[in-house]
Ligand binder design. Sequence first.
Ligand SMILES: [Zn+2]
Length: 915
Amino acid sequence: MFRFVSCLALAVLLAGCQPSDVGELDPSLQVEGPGEPAPVAEMPVGRLGDAVVPQHYELDLVIVPERERFSGRVSIAIDIRKPSELIWLHGNRLDVTEAWLEQGEVRIDMRYSQVDDTGVARLDLVAVPQAGPAQLHFEYDAPFDQALEGLYKVVEEGRAYAFTQFEATSARLAFPGFDEPAFKTPFEIHVAAPANQVVITSTPEVASRAMGDGLVRRSYAVTPPLPTYLIAFAVGPLDVVEWEPVPANEIRNWPLPLRGVAAAGKGGQLTFALANTARLVHALERYFDYEMPYPKLDIIAVPDFAAGAMENVGAITYREQLLLLDENDSVRRKRAYASVHGHELAHQWFGNLVTPKWWDDIWLNESFATWMAAKAAHQAFPDLGFEDRVLGRAIGVMNADALETARQVRQPVETNHDIANAFDGITYAKGGAVLSMFEAWVGEAAFRAGVRLHLKRFANDIADYEDFLTSLAEGSGRPELVDAFSSFLFQPGVPLVSIRLSCEGERPEMSVAQSRYLPLGSNASRDRSWEFPLCVRFGRDNDADEPGRHHCVLVDEAEAVVELPTESCPEWVMPNADGKGYYRFSLDDAGWASLAANFDRLKDAESRMLLDSMSAAWRSGGMSTGALLEVARMLAADEDREVVTAPVVDLKTMYARLAGTEEARAGIAAMLRAMYADRMEALGLGARDSDSTDDALLRASLASVLSDEGRLATLRESLNRLADDYLEDLEIAADVLDPGLVGTALRAAVEMRDAEFADGLFQRALDSTDATFRGRALGALGASENSETGAMLRAHIADPRLRDNEAIAVAFGQVGNKAQREAMWQWAQDETNLQALLDRIPTWRKGSIVAVGGGFCSNARADQVEAMFEDRVDDLEGGPRALAQTLERIRLCAALSRKYTDEVTAYFGADGAND
Ligand SMILES: [Zn+2]
């Protein structure tokens, strides 16, 4: 699954939940013998156990999207290992009308009842069955879900569709079963649906017959062994675009059938997505040395979807914005397509072919897919700038990992309530960064050998982290990798490596000390250590021919002395060579100064890691604002796009949080203009034939920051004017306005005009079926500081014309908007409002509702948010951790503000510009 992490609100959304202190209950249910009264069995709050193991499913569903309910008959072949008259399984909001067990000639009636709102159900049998094979039979119907999970309904332009999202625990909303990743079985699927509608599921159709009532029952090829969460359905008047198959290659000797699927009328927009799929599939097959494990590939653009995309076998689902694009779209959108598509395709091997045993190892799916997507996308699209993609995400997640309440990558998952929390930024981005660090350490080919070994060993099976690390160690021939890697899995936090260079002895040496990095105001303990490859680059003088020497050691102690393999004293030491290490570093003044003086010797990734470590030092109170900004200016003058824009995050923090006066804000705006306006001028607003990917991305980034915080008047006027051209027919020539700037132009226009304009834009978005336009318009409106516009948006959070994912984005966008935050908080004090928002959030992330209290920056506010939610979060999935993280962020912000508001205000306020 791919989650969008794009704003403060989503950062909170992705927060996890505290693991329960309750040990895992033993759900195995031994009965003393026939005739004994049923024991008072404890409901399994987590894993079901192995008393009964599913072997095969037959799903026979009737899905008519126009109706309010769907129905099904389900038969599950099971192996009874511990006979009992009570069987636990999963089912959620299913109205089961008949249920019985069949064993040979014997039929045993049973009562189905759901006993828990996470979807735990029990079967009470009238007699105890024998050990061995049996069949469970169910007849049931159920409502289509209203909040984008399970089997849910979407209506667009009067046409109804049904789609699914089953990961993690929502298959149980569609059919009864054993809804855990470890239970991989074949599925035989039949779907009855209107004859004139399309039905897509995991495998190709093999037969169909008319049923009367205008329905046709279609049957599909039996799947390879799959867990419930990877099954998918899409039903409705869908456009299906038959594309040329992904050609055979040296790994796969058969052509892979490929189709694109979208809501009626949108099939034509799938061309780009389809035409670029084969290269990703080939890149992955070659990396894994393993053919695509499934017989067909459909990619489906879903009009309303809670996650970003979902890797269902043979029927991958995406938000429309990710698949409906064309050659003329912005580079940013093409990159989003390439990396999300690469991510979902990578899951076909990591997650689908080899599945985690339990949700505590979901990092194996998500970290790996994140890391692999960057690699595959870089290979498939060498011009789209994916070289340092993993690095960018690593830097992005380090501040979240510095929270006392951060999850560890592999966090115990004891209960159904914990499962959703395992899908957070730590799992995706930190896990990916750790993979990248160890790959760099053992070498790309050796690492790949380990990955290939793992796939061969566990194909169509399940595996946990120990299996994976063993495969990596054996395949790469580096057994020491197991302990080192594990040290990053089982504790939260970012290592802070303090380095002091000394040249007093015969050879230069570094004294190295590690601890946990903590920001100002944190109450966590620093007393942690990791086992990690410390890789440094060092050089002697400023001679451009001297590239610097590389030296790596595995550090496994809290303190160590590392000798450098050179006779002479280096002038500079870069403590994170190539930026591959998932750690921050700190230096003495001389060390920082020598790196700054040799800035032009650093590689791009190293420059970014240098700024991250300096920024981290500043956020922990150990560096002055002036020293940080001095290096920020150096980066801004660099050539590389990502180096150039790296300082923007801290400047935005200063602008939004720490500038105590209008003058100080004007000073920050002036600094941004001084750093970037000339470069923006040179890039221009329109795309050029000569543009590189870096040019296009830099243009979009600079336009955004220069217009929003930099207040560059000429730019804002131009964008405002061009917004009109765009709004005329929702098109504008790319050489007039780069498509990557359209959202920024709309933001400028909304801000520079009146509430009536905003109102018109909102109505137009509601009337449109173009998900990209709707997203841009709602994003621009959400950024408005106008109180009328904010009030209008909030009034529509319950409006059914907004899709669920849009309504959620609008609500949390208000939290991220400083001018609207207080009004949004007041809005949320009304129970009816809060409930309306909660109703639109899928169960698995209802805990994210606490984000309505996010974004504040004082201890008093933290107390208010705590008071509002402390009694509610226990009932919401992910709630306790989401609240703890929201409160911690608010209090850390308060601490940062206490330390730096005066300093930042004085720095920028004194002479206005100070640049
Ligand atoms: Zn994923």
